[in-house]
Each structure stands twice: as C-alpha cells, then as structure tokens.
Design a protein around this ligand. Structure first.
Ligand code: BES
Ligand code: ZN
Ligand code: ZN
Length: 481
C-alpha cells in the first residue's frame, strides 16, 4: 500500500473515491453528487457507520464513489473515524480498485492532524491480511491511496507518525498470527532481536541457565514441560538520557497455552497461539517508540514459554516458589500466565530500576465476560497513571475499562498452605491482576487484561480476523505523553 498526501482537484484520475461526510453537514461543493436526493430517499444520510457506494461518470471515466457517514459532528470519536474510514476503504478494495483517493479537500471534513492521522492509520490497518501460508496467492498490484488535501507539506510529520503506528500495530498482528508450531519462544526472541536492530532498541535474551540463576521458579514451572526452552526477552530503549526515569512494560508471552495438565478443550486451545498477545503489544510498542524517537526511557520484558504437557509438568496441587520469594499453591495449571508474569514483574522492578510499571496479558477468560471484545479490562493502584493510560487509549481509538479493587478481593489470592494461590476465584480478572500486583514493588502500576481484545473472530473496520495488535498504539502514547 502506498499512501500519499496530494494537492489536486482532479478527481477523475482515480478509479475509486472515499468521501467522508457528516450527517449534519451534508454538502459537497466540488463534486457533483446528489446528496439531497440521497437524503430524501434515505439511501444515504451521513449516519455514523453507514456507507453508500455509487458509480459516477467523470469525463470519459467511471469512478466508484463510497460515501462514508461520520454521524453528527459533535459525536465523532477517533474510534468511529477509524472504523468508518476503514469500511469505506474495504468497500473499494472489494471491487479490486487499486488507484483510489480519499477526499479531504472539500468542506466535508476538516483537514487537521487528527483526521489525517486517522485516515492513514485506518486504511493501513484495514488493508492488512494474514496469508503467509496460502500457497495459491495471486500476486496483486499494490494499492495506491492519495489523500487529497490543500496543504500537504503541513501534514507530512503526522503522516509519518501514523505510518509508524499502523506498521507497529501490524508487526504485533503478525507475531500473534504466526501459528505456535512456528512462533515458539526461540523464534519470538530471534524476531525481537531483528526488530531491535531495525528500529533501534537494545535486546538481551536470557536462556534456560540464566533464568535458573535468577530463580524464576514460577516461570520455570510453567515452561518446563515444553520441548522448547523458555527465552526471557529484555528490550531497552533510552530516549531521554537526561532523565533517570524508566517506564516498564511486561507482556505475557505464552507462545502456546494448552492448559497443561488442567488441559483445555480443543475449542479453547485452537486460538491459543494468541496467548502472547501481551508480548506482541509491548514489542509493537517498543518498535513504535524507538522508530518515532520518543523522548522517554522504556524497558519491556517478556517471559516467553509454552504451557505444555509432559512427565515433568507442574501439577494442580503443587506448591512452587517464585523469584520474589513468595510461595504459590497451584490450583489449576491453566492459570499459568500470572506465574510467568510475576517473575517478569519481579525482574523488571528489582533489576531494571523502572519507576512505573504496566503489565499486559491475555490473562483470563473472565475478561471476556467483563468487557467482551469492545474494551480491555484493567486494574491499577494509581489513578493518575491510569488516567494517562485511559487518555492514551482514547487517542488511539481503543477502549479500556478500570475494574474496582475491593478489600475482599485482596483476601482471595491468599492460601492456607502457601503465601498465594493461582486460582483465587471471582472476579477472576481482578484476582488474577491482584496476584501479579503482589510483585509490583509498590510502584505505580497498571494491569491490562486483553483476553477479549487481542484476537478477533472476524474482520471488521480496522481489524482483520486474528491478531488485533491491540494496545500497541496506546502503549506508544503512554510513553510519549
Ligand atoms: N490464556 C488463558 C486466558 C484466555 C482465555 C485468553 C480465552 C484468551 C481467550 C489463561 O491462561 C487461562 O486459561 N486462564 C484461566 C484461568 C483459570 C483457570 C483460573 C481462565 O480464564 O479460564
Ligand atoms: Zn491458561
Ligand atoms: Zn494463558
């Protein structure tokens, strides 16, 4: 896909046009489209999320036009903008149109940073499709999209940032979409090394012996039944050498989750390549942060491993240790993510000197009951830090919802025979998060559960089926702002 900002009024050089229009500003000065008639006949009224495709004749050419309804001007959000523009693009792509323009130089929609950014991000993300393993792919011509504006040079920087963000989101989607027989801990660590070299962040990978030396017993308990060794991946980006502060990100990196001895049914297992969605989010964010040269120090870690079954599997009923020294009763081997996260959390807090920390994970099926696929669920011990994250999500058009931490919940993670239990009961999303929070060293901390948002059952708007690259852009903004 090639995206350019172009100053032209010659719309008949394109085969397809995307025309965004507000419901309460239903006018187009420079194009001859019968908007009044369309409204009268209720075919197109500019209502949010509605698109209308028509063919117009311009000169000696037929041009496909998709009108994209933005709804009322006061109700527009970045999220709506992204998804409706993506729908418009999808409808032209379906017609196999390769040469298209997005009309911004009318009075239909303001030419400003936000709208240009939304256009670039939305269309790049909507164009993504995972087909690495299709052997009958046709080589198809690259799509070229011109965004028609009045003053292109003013928006080149915004376009560049939007491209970095969309590309980083796609990097995360690709990592998640690779099947687990390919994307194992070793492959993940190799891919991160390459990304670090390409984008400009430092990568250190610890192998089995170093993980043992660090006494990451909880992480090792999960990893040990796999034929493939765990890899502890550390990514460091120093964007602000005058400042000591370091923001820490921890991503869950289960390249596959079979459930272990508490085995999942096939229906639950079949998408478990996505159990490294948290890792993909922090890796994608590191790519964006370093490519855009954000002025902030950020360290991210991923305790990559597989939750498998073998004679040496950890068992329900076991009591294990952790790097932080707390003992844990294993009620269920499928609650493995939190065990890998606590050692990663303990590591980043005690060894990397971060002063704020966020962990992100496809952690609980319960999160799907809380917020579905519309929002990621979160808990936090610091309202100011959470507000920064909430704003970062809004800037990206993604949604997050903070769950409460009542005193009663804090009791649930305790165990009679061990310090903690990995199966603390309801509300499962909050108690899983609190378990991880036990190791946050009392720093400002946010836990984000993306079990409902990391993997899409079908493609829609900016999302394609499979990995969503969720939280990559919010984690970029959190570092930047
Ligand atoms: N990886 C799963 C959570 C998950 C479920 C992610 C569905 C995406 C979609 C996690 O490791 C898990 O299995 N959690 C258990 C915990 C329970 C045994 C306490 C769950 O949520 O059922
Ligand atoms: Zn599990
Ligand atoms: Zn899991």
């Amino acid at each position: 896909m090639k995206i350019s900002l172009i100053e032209t009024k010659e719309i008949n050089k394109y085969d397809g046009l995307i025309v965004p229009i507000y419901e309460d500003k239903l006018e187009l000065k420079e194009m001859d489209i019968p908007l009044e008639k369309l409204k009268e006949t209720k075919r197109f009224e500019g209502k949010a999320g509605k698109t209308y495709k028509m063919t117009i004749s311009s000169g000696d050419k037929l041009v496909e036009v998709v009108l994209v309804g933005l709804g009322k001007k006061d109700d527009i959000s970045y999220r709506k903008l992204l998804n409706t523009l993506a729908d418009g693009f999808r409808s032209l792509k379906k017609e196999n149109i390769k040469n298209m323009a997005l009309i911004f130089n009318n009075d239909n929609i303001e030419i400003n940073d936000i709208n240009i950014k939304a256009a670039v991000e939305s269309i790049m993300m909507a164009d993504y499709k995972f087909d690495d393993y299709k052997t009958d792919k046709e080589e198809s011509e690259e799509i070229s999209l011109d965004i028609l504006v009045d003053n292109a040079s003013n928006f080149e920087d915004v376009k560049k940032e939007a491209m970095i963000l969309a590309n980083s989101n796609i990097i995360a989607r690709n990592l998640v979409n690779q099947p687990a027989n390919i994307m194992n801990p070793l492959k993940l660590s190799e891919d991160v090394k390459k990304l670090g070299e390409e984008k400009g962040f430092e990568v250190e990978v610890l192998g089995l012996s170093e993980i043992k030396e660090l006494k990451m017993d909880a992480y090792l308990s999960v990893a040990k039944a796999s034929a493939i060794e765990p890899k502890f991946i550390i990514m460091r980006y120093k964007g602000d050498s005058e400042n000591e502060d370091i923001l820490g990100y921890v991503g869950k990196g289960l390249t596959y989750d079979s459930g272990g001895l508490s085995i999942k049914p096939t229906s639950g297992m079949v998408t478990m390549k996505s159990d490294m969605g948290g890792a993909a989010a922090v890796i994608g964010a590191m790519c964006a942060i370093s490519e855009a040269k954000v002025k902030r120090n950020v360290v991210s870690v991923v305790a990559a491993c597989e939750n498998m079954i073998a004679g040496n599997s950890y068992r329900p009923g076991d009591i294990i240790n952790s790097m932080g020294g707390k003992t844990i009763f294993i009620g269920n081997t499928d609650a493995e993510g939190r065990l890998t996260l606590i050692d990663a959390m303990n590591y980043i807090v005690t060894k990397e000197n971060v002063n704020k920390v966020l962990d992100i994970a496809t952690l609980t099926g319960a999160a799907i009951y809380c917020t579905g696929d519309a929002a990621s669920a979160a808990i936090s011990n610091d309202s100011e830090f959470f507000m920064d994250l909430d704003n970062s999500f809004k800037l990206s058009g993604e949604q997050i919802w903070r769950m409460p931490i009542f005193d009663e919940y804090k009791e649930l993670i305790k165990h009679e025979e061990a310090d903690l239990t990995n199966t603390a009961g309801n509300p499962g999303t909050v108690t899983a998060g609190l378990f991880v929070g036990e190791f946050n060293g009392d720093l400002p901390w946010i836990h984000v559960d993306i079990a409902g948002t990391a993997f899409a059952k079908k493609g829609n708007g900016i999302l394609s089926k499979g990995g969503t690259g969720i939280a990559v852009r919010p984690l970029y903004y959190l570092a930047k702002n």
